[in-house]
Design a protein around this ligand. Structure first.
Ligand code: CDP
Ligand code: MG
Length: 138
């Protein structure tokens, strides 16, 4: 609660489909701020580190293949309750459950290729921000 920072990723399908602006526009319109941002190509090591808690899940191999297939845009988003706010703007993991007003509800059809990532807790946000932006470690 209060001012928070969270890690946002526009996943490869979002970048390839030209939806980076749409995603960022929704974040900005909510009143959150883009504090840092870059386009990167995730390698296996970074992907496995980011998704470490999913290792062994049935969808894991497909997830790593997807997230490393093409460039992603990663950003630190800051603002009041930024962690939960970004998650609300994204919608649930399964786009069928996401309302059309959310990013996943509006633009995704697949539970794997669901366009965006947002940290799900303060611990995750801290870990993920340090993983993608090591220079911002406090
Ligand atoms: O991204 P989110 O926090 O909503 O979901 P997650 O449960 O932390 O899963 C991480 C990512 O794994 C999802 O965003 C999907 O890309 C993928 N996933 C999947 O392919 N199939 C599932 N049944 C669950 C997740
Ligand atoms: Mg998650």
């Amino acid at each position: 609660m209060g001012f928070e920072k969270t890690l946002l990723i526009v996943k490869p399908d979002g970048v390839a489909r030209g939806l980076v602006g749409e995603v960022l526009s929704r974040i900005e319109q909510k009143g959150l701020r883009i504090e840092k941002m870059k386009t990167i190509q995730m390698d296996m090591k970074l992907a496995e580190s980011h998704y470490i808690e999913h290792k062994g899940k049935p969808y894991y191999d497909e997830l790593i293949k997807y997230i490393t297939e093409a460039p992603v845009v990663v950003a630190i988003i800051g603002g009041e309750n930024a962690i939960a706010s970004v998650r609300r703007i994204m919608g649930p993991t399964d786009p069928l459950e996401a309302t059309p007003g959310s990013i996943r509800g509006a633009y995704a059809t697949s539970t794997t290729r669901n366009l965006v990532h947002g940290s799900d807790s303060q611990e995750a946000a801290k870990r993920e921000i340090e993983l993608f932006f090591p220079e911002s470690k406090e």
